[in-house]
Design a protein around this ligand. Sequence first.
Ligand code: PLP
Length: 225
Amino acid sequence: MSSVTENVQEVLEDIKKYSIYPERVKLVAVTKYPIVTKEKLEELMKNGIFSFGENRVQVLEEKLELLGDEKDKIQWNFIGNLQKNKVKYIIDFIHMIHSINKLSLAEEVNKRAEKIGRVVDVLIEINLSGEDSKEGYELEEFYKDIPELVKLKNLNICGLMTMAPNTGDENLIRGSFKKLREIKDSVNNKFNNNLTELSMGMSGDYKIALEEGATIIRIGSKLYE
Ligand SMILES: *Cc1c(COP(=O)(O)O)cnc(C)c1O
């Protein structure tokens, strides 16, 4: 077996081992790295992984080119900071945008989606780390914007996304995942909403995220080791 296959199988095993509801968990293979060649993409597909994540529009477009007709088999997830002027390039085909981080971006996605008569699945990215380098809504601002966000008819807000703080301290990492789940529950209670998805956990911390209720894990580097 080659390494991608082994690594995918290991992550799938870990989902069963660590998740509180393994049948609900989806693995998004993050393909943004230059080492991810066409062969590696094909190997992911051979292992049943058809959900890919990219964080830059241009790199995503390069992947579409690389895959040719096979690109249509993929559920493309956008996981990075999305500039408003780039929304138009992905709106036709994007499966889920994980990184809605401000009202103006949500409105732009809604407007473009409405134009083509589609409803787009999105997640709201929350910045729980307090680090400037991390994109995402500040919690207070998110709560303030909820009434406006839920009015956007061409957005299907499925849940929340976060990135854990960049630290070796497992308690801090676990705390931020726990917090995201609590925010989801509190939004559902207060706004009678039905958020179900928690996109959290990367190569270094996905086991903790699974224990804390992740429904989507976004794994990159570990798959190509
Ligand atoms: C790169 C990236 C990942 C994957 O990170 P790895 O550490 O390579 O698993 C997950 N989420 C986001 C938002 C990313 O930018």
